[in-house]
Each structure stands twice: as structure tokens, then as C-alpha cells.
Design a protein around this ligand. Structure first.
Ligand SMILES: [Zn+2]
Length: 333
């Protein structure tokens, strides 16, 4: 899982033009990185294991970028910018990360962007929450125009929001924290201190708790397969999961007005069975509500692409937007 895949031949011209960028998605277990050329095409990709702690995370990112560059004859200092997505609370302006418990970064806020600028010798390094960069990447890879919510169904549940063409982080970065919207009067206790949060029903962890993996494959896959085969217990849990995800879709559309909701995160690897189940719930709700029917919720839900290094591409895109373009520009004829 650690080979560099050069997708195309780089040229000396690319080194001089300094218009290429790198995006790095730092997950709890692995790092996915992509090198983008001046047209935004992925020219190389690399996947490595995540090391924990401040030094570990910095080194993981630096090594991924160095290997991307080496694979096509570049050096990191020749890049225009680097974008990084991390699971945690991020101040996008300063690149300071806090509450990144999955990366073992500790209690104190970590100035990850400036640490990486120093180590990489790159002027522009942007750090952002991982779900937010995945939202940017999904918009790019799926070529989605208009407002978008990227609903990440993984260990937890959260959404990245692109409204009016920009990330919406919200006060204290809380925009899109839909996993902690309590769902009706259901009473499971959430670690956040509330009861009945959507995350306790819609996440991959929720499935893992309700239908533990018995054959070594991801719990969502085993659950949805057992449900498709008619196991009544599995059907009940699958339906509850699909209802919770559909509730997330409803809340996102009704509160933000996004045109598209992309289902992402580890659970979305289920593919069509997940999409079908969620769309089925939405259609049922629409059957009883002319209002919902008029919104065509069932037509707005898409699956995140499995390929294409979505979050890494989004991280690079975010960094590109922060690069100050030269003032001398060609006037179109
Ligand atoms: Zn909660």
C-alpha cells in the first residue's frame, strides 16, 4: 500500500513553472496523497500508513509529498502549494489543529500548517478538516455545480458544506456536525453528552455495534448482504441505518438548501445497496408529503466516487485557492 503511481511523465518545464500542487488526506490509519498539475489533473498518487503524534503526522505528510514529487522528477520546493486534510478541529486561516484524537496530537493546539511549511520549504500550506476537503474534492471530481453537502458516514457522521461556492465552516467550525443532531426521542447515550444522536444510527460504528463483522469483512458489507438475503434481524438494522442516513439528507437539504448531497466516508463503499436503501426511504417519505415530493430529495443523493483520491484532490484545490496569482495576466482577445 505504499507504492508511488506516476500517472504521467513530468517534464523539466513543470519544475520551472511551479504550478503543480499536492493534496494530502491524513486519515486515522492511512495517508492518501495526490499530485495535481496546472490543469488540476492527478499526475501521481501515493498511499502510506499514518504515524501518530505531532512529529509522526508531520513526517507522514512530508514523506508522502516527497515521494509524490520524486516519482515525477520534482522536489517539494518546486510546488506552488500543499493542502492537507486532517480529522479534527482546524482553524483554516491559521492551519492550527486541535482535538485530532485519532492522530494522537494531544491536548495542545498544533500549528500544523507552519510546521509543514518549514519542513517542506513550500510557501503556501493550507490545513483543513478532512470532511471539508472531501466536500471540495467531491465537487471537483464529480463536477458538481451549485451547493453541495458531503455526508461522511464513517466512525462518526459529519457533513462538509459548500455554499455559494465556498466552504461553510460556521462559528466554532460546527457547521455540518449533523451526527450530533438528536433524532426524535430515541434514547441511546452519545459520548457527546446528548441522547439519540443521528451518528449512533447512521455511522459505520453504529452498524459495527449492531451487526458485528463475523467474517472479517467490513460490518456494513456483511449487514447489507445479510439483509438482501432476507435475514429479518439484518433487515431491521439496515432499515434503521437507511432511515437515519435519509434523515441526515433531509436535515441537510431543509436547513442549508443544498442541491446535492454526496454520500461519502467508509460506509459509502457499500455502493448501490446503500444508495438504493436511502433513496427508498426518501421516496416513502415523499409519498406522504407533497412538500417533500416537490423537493425531489430522492434525485439529489449521489455516491462519492470510490476512485480519484477525492479528499486529497480537495485539499490541493483548497491550497490552490490560497495561492496569490501573479498580477501580470494576459488579457483575453
Ligand atoms: Zn452526540
Amino acid at each position: 500500500m505504499s507504492g508511488v503511481r506516476p500517472l504521467a511523465q513530468a517534464t523539466a518545464q513543470a519544475v520551472e513553472s511551479a504550478t503543480w500542487s499536492a493534496g494530502v488526506d491524513v486519515g486515522g490509519t492511512k495517508v492518501d496523497a495526490a499530485l495535481l498539475d496546472e490543469d488540476g489533473r492527478v499526475r501521481a498518487a501515493v498511499r502510506t500508513l499514518t504515524r501518530r503524534g505531532v512529529d509522526g503526522v508531520v513526517t507522514s505528510v512530508v514523506e508522502a509529498v516527497e515521494r509524490l514529487c520524486a516519482g515525477v522528477g520534482l522536489t517539494p520546493t518546486g510546488l506552488s502549494c500543499v493542502g492537507v486534510g486532517v480529522p479534527g478541529m482546524v482553524d483554516g486561516a491559521s492551519g492550527v489543529v486541535s482535538h485530532a484524537v485519532n492522530l494522537g496530537l494531544g491536548e495542545a493546539p498544533v500549528p500544523l500548517a507552519s510546521l509543514l511549511e518549514q519542513r517542506l520549504g513550500v510557501d503556501v500550506v493550507r490545513v483543513e478538516n478532512d470532511v471539508n476537503v472531501a466536500a471540495l474534492g467531491a465537487a471537483d471530481v464529480l463536477r458538481i455545480e451549485g451547493d453541495l453537502a458531503y455526508l461522511a458516514l464513517g466512525t462518526g457522521v459529519a457533513a462538509g458544506l459548500i455554499l455559494d461556492g465556498r466552504l461553510r465552516r460556521g462559528h466554532l467550525g460546527v457547521a455540518g456536525e449533523i451526527g450530533h443532531v438528536p433524532w426524535g426521542d430515541r434514547g441511546r447515550q452519545c459520548p457527546c453528552g446528548q441522547r439519540g444522536c443521528l451518528e449512533l444510527y447512521a455511522s459505520g460504528s453504529a452498524i459495527g455495534a449492531a451487526w458485528p463483522s463475523g467474517r472479517g469483512r467490513p460490518a456494513p458489507v456483511e449487514l447489507y448482504e445479510a439483509a438482501a438475503a432476507g435475514d429479518p434481524g439484518a433487515v431491521r438494522i439496515r432499515d434503521e441505518h437507511a432511515e437515519a442516513v435519509a434523515m441526515c439528507v433531509r436535515v441537510l437539504v431543509l436547513t442549508t438548501g443544498v442541491r446535492t448531497v454526496v454520500l461519502g466516508g467508509g460506509v459509502s463503499a457499500l455502493g448501490t445497496p446503500l444508495l438504493d436503501a436511502v433513496v427508498g426511504v426518501l421516496r416513502e417519505a415523499e409519498a406522504g408529503s407533497p412538500f417533500l415530493r416537490s423537493l425531489r430529495l430522492d434525485e439529489r443523493v449521489l455516491l462519492a466516487p470510490r476512485e480519484g483520491h477525492v479528499a486529497a484532490v480537495g485539499a490541493a484545490r483548497l491550497a490552490q485557492d490560497a495561492v496569490v496569482l501573479p498580477t501580470v495576466t494576459e488579457v483575453p482577445a
